[in-house]
Structures are given as C-alpha cells and as structure tokens.
Design a protein around this ligand. Structure first.
Ligand code: GLV
Ligand code: MN
Ligand code: MN
Ligand code: MN
Length: 403
C-alpha cells in the first residue's frame, strides 16, 4: 500500500476507481483487516460496515475501559475513491494511522485509553451519490431506509450491493454503542488544494469544512430525429442543462462560491437523437453558507423556469472542528517547531466532519499536496511530507492517549 501510494501518486493518467461495496472495495477491506490483524489489532465492524481495528492491552475490555471514562482515541480515514481518483485521498490517512500505531509501539508507549484505526466505508459517495454515507448512517445523519433505497448507475440498490458483498441490510443502521466508545477522532488527510504549498509548510491543522451539498436537476425534452426535426419544433433537454452549467459558473463567480456540474446522464444518449431527458448533478460549496444557499436558489429557480425538477440529494452546513482538540494538536505540532503549524479551512467533505456534527470531538491534520490537485491521479504528497504527517499524527496520539 505504501509503495502504491508513492508510485501511483506520480502517474498522470488513469487512476483509482474504488467504489463502495464492489470487488475493489472488498479487496481493500480484506487488506485493512489483514493489516490490523498483523498488528494484533482486534477488528470489528459497526452496523454500517465501517471497520475498526482496536489496540487495547487492558485492564479489562474496551467497553469496560469506556465505562470507567477512558474513551478511545480513534484515527483513520477511507479507502474508497472517486472515479479515476488519486492515490492519497483516503488511503494516506489509513496508512498513516496504522504506521502511527507502529511508531507508538516501537517507542514502548502504553496508551491509557483504547486506540482504534478506522476505515470508513463509502466516503466519496461515488456509487450511490451521498458522500460520507458510512459515517452519516453510523451517526444517524442519514436514514438507513433512505440509504438502502439509493441506486447506482446500473440500477443496483444499496441494499442489493450490501447483499452482494455478503452483508444483510437487516442490521444496517446507526450504531450509538460504537460511537459511545469514541472520545476523540483525528483524521489525517492529503490537502486537496494549494494552501500548504503557498505557506511552505508540510502539515496543517483543520479549522472547518465549508457548507456543501449535491443537487439533481432533471430536464425534460422530447426525443426526435437530429436531421429531420426543425429547430422550432424541438424540445431539447440539453439546452436547459447547458444553461445550468454556464449559470453555475457565473453565479458562483458573483457570489464567491464554487459550483461544479461533474456528472451528467443523457437519454437516449444517441449522437443523432434529440435528448428526451438530461439529468445533471450540481455540487455547490463556499465559505459563506448564505451565499451557497442563495446561489443554489438562483440556479434552481432558473432551471424550474425551463420545466426542470430539482432535488436536493445532500446538504452539510458549515462544520467546525473541536476547538479544544484542534488547539491541543496544534500545541503538540508546535512543540519543537520554529514556526507554528497553519490552520486551514477546507472545501472538501470528510468523515471527521460528520463525526464532529454528531458531537464527537474531532479534528484533522492535512499533509501538503505539491500539485494542489485532488480527485485526480495528479494528486500527490511527497514521501518526506507523508513522514512529517505520520510523525505529527504519532505525537498527537501519544499526547491524547497518555496526557
Ligand atoms: C469528498 O471528498 C468531497 O468533498 O466531495
Ligand atoms: Mn475525496
Ligand atoms: Mn477523502
Ligand atoms: Mn472527502
């Protein structure tokens, strides 16, 4: 995995395609369980299927420790990817978490609270459309029945995907018992922009996640012949969609937000047939929640005027990470440093944000990405910066588990 991270992160064409509950996901889940087992970590799964590798040498069981106020310190990330994604988004946080455990052990540290390494399932939402589905269902922020009814591009439901992966959907749902174990969650992640390059720093502490959401726009039309249908007789679903794409760029510019239409489905999808239906998905984000909402309202109103139906698929308001925990991480990072670790907000969503919303003290560390590119094979992190990230995470875990 580590050598994959290094070599695949450098290639500039092709990329990873690891969707939730597919064969690739299964391979990675086995890999994760194997890596945990190799370290003697006790692997469990919550009711959603998120994986947890526990390190606790006692006294008593993890639950007994939790019952006496010694809640776990948890670290990890996800192993799924967007279509043709990079090598670092997700896996870096998992690999660094496992390595940090190794480092603590090598240093002879005995944690005073249980430690767990996690692999959250379906962070990207690439298959079923809702990002962080694993942590949302876990924390009760996504209704399990809604999640199970989601379908992928082939029409396979989430419930059937679970069945194909050998899991019954019967137990799928929130897992407050698992969450009760967690005292703090720290997710290390490759930075997904250029801030650390500009600041000339290898590692940052996160402050907040921008509000963000996904909307589905359905534009109706009428299929007809591309050669024989007069322009004035056409009902071309593509035109409303084109307005959405250009409008998104324009309104985002005016309102200081970002908007992306990165996925589209055209029916019937023939070069010589006028589209009878176009579905486009809008991803909207920005630092200012009011502006994001206003942007989407404006685009929605415009699309509805052309007869489109608009459905909100997900919405996550501004998420602030736990101030005390983040300050503590920053103090640890600054201990022997000449300059203070930067504090960064981000436009990317993360499971740590979902846990933070659920009231679990959560924080994040970002590792510099020299390309500033993410959700693409060009995503990268230098080995030296990854090691700085591991060192930072190790020291944070040492502080949180022994301090
Ligand atoms: C997930 O990584 C997202 O921010 O879309
Ligand atoms: Mn991502
Ligand atoms: Mn990620
Ligand atoms: Mn993400």
């Amino acid at each position: 995995m580590w050598s994959d991270l290094e070599s695949v992160g450098r290639v500039s064409s092709g990329g990873y395609r690891r969707f939730a509950w597919t064969a690739e996901d299964h391979t990675l889940r086995e890999w994760f369980a194997g890596e945990c087992a190799r370290r003697g970590l006790d692997v469990t799964e919550d009711r959603v299927g998120n994986q947890w590798g526990w390190w606790w040498d006692g006294p008593g069981t993890v639950d007994e420790a939790v019952a006496t106020g010694r809640k776990a310190v948890v670290t990890g990330s996800h192993l799924d990817s967007v279509p043709d994604g990079g090598a670092f988004d997700g896996p870096l946080g998992v690999v660094c978490a496992l390595t940090a455990v190794d480092q603590l052990r090598a240093a002879g540290i005995t944690p005073q609270v249980p430690v767990a390494v996690t692999n959250f399932v379906d962070e990207e939402g690439a298959r079923f459309g809702i990002a962080c589905a694993g942590s949302r269902v876990l924390t009760g922020q996504l209704d399990p029945a809604t999640a199970l009814a989601l379908t992928d591009a082939d029409g396979t439901s989430y419930a059937d995907a679970l069945r194909s992966a050998g899991r019954g959907p019967e137990t799928f749902g929130p897992d407050p018992e698992m969450l009760r174990r967690v005292g703090a969650f720290v997710e290390l992640h490759v930075e997904q922009g250029r801030a650390l390059v500009d600041l000339d720093a290898p590692v940052a502490v996160a402050s907040d996640i921008w509000p963000h959401g996904r909307w589905r726009f359905d534009f109706p039309g009428e299929a007809n012949h591309a050669g024989t249908t007069r322009l004035e007789d056409r009902r071309d679903a593509m035109l409303g969609y084109a307005d959405l794409v250009l409008g998104a760029r324009q309104v985002a510019t005016q309102r200081g937000c970002v908007a992306t239409v990165g996925k589209v489905r055209v029916t019937p999808g023939g070069v010589n047939a006028i589209p009878s239906h176009v579905t486009g998905w809008l991803d909207a984000r920005g630092a200012d929640e009011e502006q994001v909402v206003a942007m989407v309202d404006e685009l929605t109103a415009g699309a509805r005027e052309t007869g489109a139906a608009v459905t909100r698929e997900s919405w996550t308001p501004t998420t602030r990470f736990d101030q005390r925990l983040s300050d503590r991480l920053r103090r640890v990072l600054d201990r022997d440093a000449e300059v203070s670790a930067p504090v960064l907000g981000t436009g990317a969503g993360h499971d740590a944000g979902i846990l933070a919303t659920a009231g679990i003290p959560s924080a994040m560390l970002f590792v510099r990405n020299p390309t500033g590119v993410s959700h693409s094979p060009a995503e990268h992190a230098e080995r030296e910066d990854c090691l700085a990230g591991v060192a930072a995470l190790t020291e944070c875990l040492r502080d949180l588990t022994t301090g």
